[in-house]
Design a protein around this ligand. Sequence first.
Ligand code: HEM
Length: 403
Amino acid sequence: MYMSSPSGPSSIPVTTTTHRQHISTHRNRLHRLQNLPLLRLALTTTTVAISAHHNFESPPLLQHQRPSFPLLLRAISAAAAISLSSSTASLIILLLSSSAQTSSAQLSRGFYNSTCPNVEQLVRAAVTQKLQQTFVTAPATLRLFFHDCFVRGCDASVLLVSPANQAERNHPDDVSLAGDGFDTVVKAKAAVDSDPQCRNKVSCADILALATRDVVNLVGGPFYEVELGRRDGRISTIASVQHRLPGPDFNLDQLNSLFISNGLSQTDMIALSGGHTIGFSHCNKFSKRIGNRIDPTMNLQYALKLKQTCPVNVDPRVALALDPFTPQTFDNQYFKNLQQGMGLLSSDQVLFIDPRSRDTVNLFASNEQAFHDAFVTAITKLGRVGVKTGHQGEIRVDCSKVN
Ligand code: HEM
């Protein structure tokens, strides 16, 4: 349910919504419901969600509690209105690419042409339906794909559940993955398996890659062909997440070294950071920037608004839009925000502050097509990171459990 009220200082319109998030037992897929409120507020420069924004595999939201998608879009747009020698060089390139965890040789676009020819339509229909139920589907799925690929490769290891809470998803860097991303894969897998020809033929890793393409495209981003043929991993541990994901305080060198170790260039990293054009961040991820000393690289007005919305001892569930202006559209507003000192995370703002990456930010800010093209290149490379193919891994029957 959405509510608008002229509350808050300088009569900033506030839009809120409440609905429930659910928890499921992963083992038997019997879903228990829990009343966890979700409250989302769209402000002039901040869109806020108070949410149970954690990685429980969530079954469908109850119909009467779902905000309709068009309504959601209206609410948000109203808020947004306010406001070397060549042989040596190729040798180096070869060495670099073999040291990175990339292997794409066996991925192909038509991988399921004979085994499940309708896989793309089945996934897209399920994702479309899920997105109509809640917008969070889009950012949650995109972030889930990223976190999966950077840890043990794109093998759906992030989806595995461990009875003793020792899986990837239990690492502190993954606990804030929104449940709707996991649920998107569950729904899409059910849709694929509902076709007898396809049952247990399509990997969870490929379903996640396809669902990611679909959410990006459905919220205004580019359409691109997805390479397929990934197999599902059998290992998921907390330890494997350590130091494999970027932190919100990373500087450019730290960002680059992590992305390069995954076969991704600085330009790829900047384009993928453009994923922050949708979705939310909890206050604790940027609270250091708005403490007693406000981060001087941050737009002061923006910092003051953030301070109001994320005071000390704020409810830890409060989350704000990464792109305060068009948080539900996969546009290049994120890069325009960086030019104005309105990157929410320090790792966002550094892309404009550091002269080595500024030109690329300016290019993407001035040319949305250039951003979209670079994003497609980068996410295609991301989708190749450490993939298992052929006889490696397995095709999971249940994405949350090894066979
Ligand atoms: C470049 C380094 C990156 C850093 C430091 C970073 C960090 C973060 C942080 C701290 C959050 C907020 C999480 C929370 O509080 O719940 C977040 C959210 C998000 N990230 Fe990133 N991220 C990075 C790159 C990426 C990439 C490459 C993608 C995908 C292409 C991505 C997609 C997202 C999305 C969509 C959200 C919103 C999630 C939601 O609303 O549920 N991020 N990121």
